[in-house]
Structure formats: structure tokens, C-alpha cells
Design a protein around this ligand. Sequence first.
Ligand code: ATR
Length: 275
Amino acid sequence: MKRQPDNIIGILGNPLKQSMSPILHNYWIKQNRLNYYYCKFQIENIKDINKAIKKLNIKGLNVTIPFKKQIIKYLDKVDKTSSLLQAVNTIKNNNGLLEGYNTDVKGFQQGLDEFKSLSMSKPAIILGAGGACEAVIHGLKEKGIKEIYLMNRTKRKAEAIAEKYAKVLVKGWMDKDIINNVGLIVNTTSLGMIGYPSLPLSLRQVDRDTKIYDIVYNPLETQLIKEAKKNKLDYKTGLSMFLGQAQESFKIWFKIKPTINNYLIYKIKNNIVSR
Ligand code: ATR
């Protein structure tokens, strides 16, 4: 008889139908012969989560929309990055002590590191001031970016974020003169995501060295990525950040940095396409 895993890890969120985290983590669990299973926990509220995790002896969890901020008050401690961002995407149950981490910053940086020649002495643009924006700000600042220009359709949301950081300036939404003269453009808006309109951005006149990073991964090839390809610009899709944050979470739970191979990428890509 096939042995059932003794230990549970998983993801907390709502909705979770689209989540690809189980595919990744269960692959890595198998690859590393761990006695675990990664489940989806789609719940309505997180009021009793602290007790539930401890009682069920869940070893670790990812946390996603809409709980990344709400979860903090139910944890016993959080690391510096989560505290700065006021958002947690990874929980480790350390013998009954619930610790919160945020691996989105490292995940984003993993994509940055994959660019062949990204200049940190040029400013970067971040499009969007929603949930993912601050992880990107941190990721870029840690890498020593010169300056960040924040653009958002609703300007006051960008202003509220920029106020908290040095060298983050708010600029007009889709200001062409600025867009055409930066080292990096990062899309953190929902535009381009399945079910949303595309980002109305032409890259025809941008500096030839400008790098494009769309953190959207569903679809993998957003209109922005297509536009980058058409104009022969170096780009990263959201897959880099998605894989990077997952690797970091796995490392927190198991002290193993899991590997990414072509088969895994094929599995993920296939799953995105078949939605
Ligand atoms: P939230 O803003 O609730 O945190 P999010 O999904 O984390 O939600 O962020 C969505 C981002 O995409 C926001 O920056 C949003 O801009 P607004 O702050 O103006 O809402 C941006 N966004 C979503 N739809 C957009 C659209 N049609 N045009 C421009 N920006 C859009």
C-alpha cells in the first residue's frame, strides 16, 4: 500500500483555483524525498488560523490574496522584510512558534539577477501602486537602484507609498518622456493579466537598453512582453518572480534550495496555457 505523507504544508488564500504553487512544491517535495504534501486551504476568514495551524501541526504555509496583510496579527513573530512591507507570504511553524516571512522581494530579485546587463545607475519605473509594488521597491533599493519613478492611475495611492521611501518619486501615469529614458520598467499592475485589458504602453521609442519586467505570469506572454520582443528589448516574465519566491519559501521550510529544470518549467507553462 502506498504510504500517505505524515506532514502537511500548503497555501492559504481565496480564491485558490488558479494557484500553481502545489504543482511546484509537490514536485520539489518528491524530488527531495520528503514526507510531506502541499495542500490548498481556501478559507473565508483567518480568525482562528493560529490555533488551526498549531492543532493540525501544519509545518509551513504560503499566504496569498487576500490574507497577506491580515495574517500578521495572528503570527508570533515576523522577519524584518515582512515587517517593513506589512505583508507575509510564508509562514513557518517552528515547534509551535509561528514565524512570518516575505519571499516576494527575493523572488523579484531573482528575475533582476537574470538580466545580462541591468544598469542600477539609471532610474527605474514601477507601474502600479497595489499589493506587489512595495516588494518591488524593496527589491530594487536593496540592489542599489539610483532612483524609482512610481506611476499609478490613481495618483494618491502612489503618493502614499512614495512618502515612505527616499528616492521614490511619483510621476504622471504613462508619461512618455520619462518612459523613454529609464533603465528598467516593471509592471506591477493587473493590466495584461487574464481578464484585464492590456497595458497601453508603446516601447517603440524607449532607450534600446531599457529592460522590461512584467511580474504578471498569467498569461506568460502579456501584451507588454510581446511589445518588448517586437522592439528587441531584454525582458523577464512573471515566471521568474513566481519561481523565485517559491524557491525561497521552500528553503525556509526545509533548508534546501530546490532546483528548477526544464521539465518543471514545461509543467508550469503547460498549466498556464491550459487554463
Ligand atoms: P489593490 O490596488 O487593491 O492593492 P492590486 O491588484 O494589488 O489591488 O493592484 C492593482 C494595480 O493595478 C493598481 O495599481 C491599479 O491601479 P489603481 O490604484 O488606479 O486602481 C492597477 N490597475 C488595475 N486596473 C487598471 C486599469 N484599468 N488601468 C490602470 N491601472 C489599473
